[in-house]
Design a protein around this ligand. Structure first.
Ligand SMILES: *Cc1c(COP(=O)(O)O)cnc(C)c1O
Length: 450
């Protein structure tokens, strides 16, 4: 009974997969936040290096991974795939459950898969310094690591509530050489405006993005980096699904359903897009995104143009959104709290190629605890949404008398999130449906495009 399905180092994919040529209609243009006209590569140059802008708009299906990036990927890739024999037994399911584990990267999540190439393309472009934001700290720690490896300076605006409540990822960023600033801060106009209106603001991802964008645009030596949502981030993450396909083939299997948790869309795109390619070629496979009921972007948001950030400085994209001034409830333990979603994932959901569902946090923690007690690995609270999705698929198949092959992405470990588990066991967490009125109010503020 094989448990770990491993690939040798020389099987790290040499190209990323770009889903854009396999979309059934062209992607909506990204729009400038002031002029509301489609952005040109020149508009994006204050934010990103040319190598990443080219990837953002590329219609080439396969894009070569630079040697320097492969050398660093090799520190933890190929990542292992596991057959979850012990979880299957605990569930008593007739279905087969496989998971791809991205928690073995130095930062403990899938995020370095994009942080490393982002730092690389900045380095060769001549960038000296990166400004970025982070919520719970996974992206901040990943880009700090990447900047360290390529000799770039790094400033991270960290959502204040996490800065105070989750000190250890801040410590990781500092260990890897970054400067970490709690957001909202008094270092930017965007931060000062929020502090003037709400001196006790806990911050949000939207606010932190505004601060990082303002910082990057204001300095010639600095570029901005985003850990999710953008096309080039989804592109980099496809290394997960490309490896997964080869690993499943090694054991002569193929999934009926592929599952990822969904915050901004990057790990979901990573595991899912290579299977979307198979679907475009006629394969019968379902691809399912699982999001929290407290931030139900794909399932209750609207598919419309919206700003990427609260201060309306970031480009405007067509995506599922809860509104750029969406304020996530502080009671939710996990990440996955961005108001928007990847334009690529959004379009695939809109076209019905990809499915989405939402789940409540208590059910996710129950799934995570069952997983940790059977498989051993302690999942990141975000990843628990994918586990819940996989378990529910298995249970439903049992009810229908079917045997399914289920693959999910375990996007990271939860070693730095133990407070959330303590809170769960202490009964401090509650389920929360984001209120309909709040969504309606936020959606009234959407920009008018075209
Ligand atoms: C950041 C993060 C997520 C959510 O981000 P996506 O871009 O939706 O993947 C999920 N899992 C882990 C472990 C993360 O660090």
């Amino acid at each position: 009974m094989q448990t770990k399905i491993l690939l040798p180092e020389d099987h790290i994919p040499k190209q990323w997969y770009n889903v854009i040529p396999d979309l059934s209609s062209p992607l909506a243009p990204v729009v400038h936040p002031v002029t509301m006209q489609p952005v040109s590569p020149d508009d994006l140059l204050p934010l990103f290096p040319m190598g990443l802008i080219e990837q953002e708009v590329s219609t080439q299906r396969w894009i070569d991974i630079p040697r320097e990036v492969l050398d660093i990927y090799q520190l933890w890739r190929p990542s292992p795939m596991y057959r979850a024999h012990r979880l299957e037994k605990a569930l008593g399911t007739a279905s087969k459950i496989y998971y791809k584990y991205e928690g073995g990267s130095p930062a403990g999540s899938h995020k370095p898969n994009s942080a490393i190439p982002q730092a690389y393309y900045n380095k060769i472009f001549g960038t000296k310094r990166i400004a970025t934001e982070t919520g719970a700290g996974q992206w901040g720690s990943s880009i700090s690591l990447a900047c360290q490896m390529f000799g770039l300076e790094c400033t991270v605006y960290m959502v204040k509530v996490s800065y105070n409540q989750k000190p250890y990822r801040k410590s990781m960023m500092q260990l890897w050489g970054a400067n970490v600033i709690p957001s909202p801060s008094n270092q930017t106009n965007a931060g000062r405006a929020i502090l003037a209106a709400h001196p006790d603001s806990n911050g949000s991802l939207g606010i932190a993005i505004s601060e990082a964008v303002e910082d990057a645009v204001g300095r010639e030596d600095t570029r901005y980096a985003l850990g999710s949502v953008l096309n080039h981030v989804c592109l980099h993450q496809t290394i997960i699904g490309l490896e997964a396909k080869e690993q499943m083939a090694l054991v002569g299997d193929y999934p009926d359903v592929v599952i990822g948790c969904h915050g901004g869309g990057s790990n979901f795109a990573g595991i899912g897009f290579p299977f979307v390619a198979d679907k475009a070629n006629g394969k019968n496979v379902r691809v399912l995104a699982v999001e929290p009921a407290s931030c139900p972007t794909l399932t209750r948001g609207v598919y419309a143009f919206d700003y990427g950030d609260t201060a309306k400085m970031a480009p405007v994209a067509k995506m599922y959104t809860l509104g750029h001034d969406f304020m996530p409830p502080g009671i939710h333990a996990g990440g996955l709290r961005y108001h928007g979603a990847s334009a690529l994932v959004s379009q695939l959901v809109h076209e019905g190629v990809v499915e989405a569902k939402s789940v409540h946090q208590l059910a996710c923690f129950e799934a995570a605890v069952l997983f940790a007690r059977s498989e051993g690995i302690i999942p990141a609270p975000e990843s628990s949404h994918a586990i819940r999705g996989a378990i529910d698929e298995a249970l439903q198949a049992d009810e229908e008398g079917q045997e399914k092959t289920i693959l999910f992405n375990l996007s990271g470990h939860g070693h730095v999130d133990m407070q959330a588990y303590d809170d769960f066991f202490a009964g401090k967490l509650t389920d929360y449906d984001y209120p309909e009125e709040a969504i309606r109010e936020s959606l009234a503020q959407l920009p008018k495009v075209g």
